[in-house]
Design a protein. Sequence first.
Length: 388
Amino acid sequence: MHNFKYNVGTKVLFGEGQIKNIGKEILEYTDRVLLVYGGGSIKKNGIYNDTVNELKENNIKYFELSGIDPNPRIESVREGVKICRENNLGGVLAVGGGSSIDCAKVIAAGVKYDVDPWELVLDRNLIKVSLPVFSVLTLSATGSEMNGNAVISNIVTNEKYGTYGECLIPKASVLDPTYTYTVSKRQTASGTADIISHTLENYFTNISGGYLQARMAESILKTCFHYGPIAYNNPNNYDARSNLMWASSWAINGLISLGVANKWSVHPMEHELSAFYDVYHGEGLAVLTPHWMKHVLNDDTVDRFVEYGINVWNIDSSLDKYEIANSAIEKTRNFFKDELSMPQTLTELGIGTENIDKMAEKAVRGKSIKGFVELDKDDVKKIYINAI
Ligand code: NZQ
Ligand code: ZN
């Protein structure tokens, strides 16, 4: 296990009705915020009203930036920076899923720098300071509510990249599971696939010694495999929604990766699908994950697949190693297909071979993905082609 520093720093307000406590958290930093949200779901389900009532009760002045797209655009970030500067705002409050929260983060950083915010997406080393970020989470998926990552798209250049800043970690986040009751079946499935993928990206590491991290990752995976279908079939099941919500945060806030972190593999490949075809992030991950697993299964990696098969899927440990590994991969694929009715191929996502060369080149950023198993451009192309 490598050395690490662990200080998430997000005050989590978890549970039904916790919106009533966000005002005083914001007031510790500012009484003027930019309220950032998406295409209007929060107006239909009442979360918008709950939020603005809380801001009004605490005399917090707010300006609004709405219409943040899934796969948030750099144009929205630029607009948000402008509003913050013109109105001298002291914080950014996102209400939504990962898209609104990520957009809010880059706005919060963008205000502090005299460069086009896209520069901050391309080079995370530039981000040292930002306005404080707060979030009200409405969709369990990205973990953005408790980490410093932000993923922004530039549709003009077909680019979608993640950036990071420790200062971007939300100061406080409301995690009210009832706020996710209105999430559609398709988004529930996609979000669950995203949590699973974050956990797998961390679990399949080639840095040894993280026994504890691996066992915690297995628990998060089991939670998703158990509660994902329950939330999918019973949207108002509080236990399912709350377990998925907490799993979303813990899959990607450092707990299971610090000390054993290596570069992720499936995410950079999926970000190209979203950049070129604007697909749901979780659906792209669900299609690619089993193919990536098959591609990287070899004598060096089989033992981790065996642990995954035995500890997460309860596969008979007396079987041959490769039988266990392949069965675990099949169970993963079947989970997405049978339990969450998710697409199985890129074709179903409307993706053909037309951009595969360009997508592979961008996924490896001209070099390679140095993850669990190093993938060069040809590896990525093979994975895409197998997934078609
Ligand atoms: O826009 P509105 O009207 O709010 O509708 C949204 C949107 O259409 C809807 N929704 C959200 N909460 C809802 C709801 N509908 C009904 N009831 C609710 N309570 O769901 C749709 C998707 O929302 P979005 O925020 O786009 O989803 P998600 O949370 O999956 O975020 C996806 C983005 O996050 C990035 C992805 O690449 C993608 O751009 N990621 C961010 C990460 C991070 N910051 O750490 C890591 C992830 O791996 C990921 O890359
Ligand atoms: Zn993700």
